[in-house]
Write a protein that binds this ligand. Structure first.
Ligand code: ADP
Ligand code: ADP
Length: 223
């Protein structure tokens, strides 16, 4: 079953001679509960694709259906609510808030949305990620790998259906990279979530169920 259907997605930046076609009529599907990796050379359109699929950026033309819902037909307000309730985001920079502790960082998306924290669920994630003893620490007291685990826990805290990760291990050494991706995979497997990840790292792509190769704004390979 597909959770996400992308049809004829085109994104053009700039105008006339400065025009850049970042995506050219990309059509693909993301299977529910699977780990899909997106690979391809720098500048091939991976981030643009991920941002459009996650409703963070608007395509020039084409559609993105999430659970059958055309996300760009929604008002900005409804799209924002959908992002907060159904999606999770992990980026290369951890973007943790330095003045609040780890636990407060993790539950921030839920408290900002005035929702109740499911402590048992949060404890489950935190324990898989092995950061139980870090809850009262502040971000600057943790290593890069530990901070990225906190960012992962934060991305999962709202029980997202689908998690979008853009080079989440770009700032980590190779050992932390593999650990972080394995732990993320364990979390999403346990809760039946869907993971879509951009990576430059072939060892990471090998861990995915489906690997999509993008080149010059087009899907080169899907399988
Ligand atoms: P990747 O993630 O594969 O490195 P991107 O999606 O970031 O590729 O970029 C695809 C193409 O679109 C590149 O040629 C890039 O220069 C261009 N691009 C990306 N973002 C913008 C922007 N905000 N304005 C203009 N061009 C952009
Ligand atoms: P709101 O509209 O309620 O302020 P947003 O729609 O801006 O919320 O953000 C929803 C989610 O998407 C948040 O979890 C936020 O971290 C993420 N997000 C939004 N825009 C970006 C972006 N440009 N880069 C990284 N994350 C983003």
């Amino acid at each position: 079953m597909n959770i996400l259907n992308v049809t004829c997605l085109t994104k053009t930046y700039g105008k006339s001679e400065n025009k850049c076609e970042a995506l050219k009529e990309v059509t693909l599907s993301i299977e529910k509960g699977k780990f899909t990796s997106i690979v391809g050379p720098s500048g091939s359109g991976k981030s643009t694709l991920l941002h459009c699929m996650a409703g963070l950026d608007t395509p020039t033309s084409g559609k993105v259906l999430l659970d059958g819902q055309d996300i760009f037909s929604l008002s900005e307000e409804k799209l924002s609510a959908l992002r907060r309730q159904k999606l999770g985001f992990i980026f290369q920079s951890f973007n943790l808030i330095p003045v609040i502790n780890v636990y407060e960082n993790i539950v921030l998306p839920i408290t900002l949305d005035n929702r109740k924290v499911d402590r048992e669920y949060i404890e489950g994630i935190v324990s898989i990620l092995g950061i139980n003893d870090k809850m009262n620490k502040f971000p600057n007291e943790l290593s890069g790998g530990q901070q990225q685990r906190v960012a992962i826990a934060r991305a999962l805290s709202n029980k997202p259906e689908i998690i979008f990760a853009d080079e989440p291990t770009g700032n980590l050494d190779s050992k932390s990279t593999e650990d972080v991706v394995m732990l993320l995979k364990m979390c999403v497997d346990k809760f039946g979530q869907t993971l879509v990840m951009i990576t430059h790292n072939n060892d990471i792509a090998k861990l995915s169920d489906v690997c999509i190769t993008i080149k010059d704004g087009e899907v080169l390979k899907n399988g």
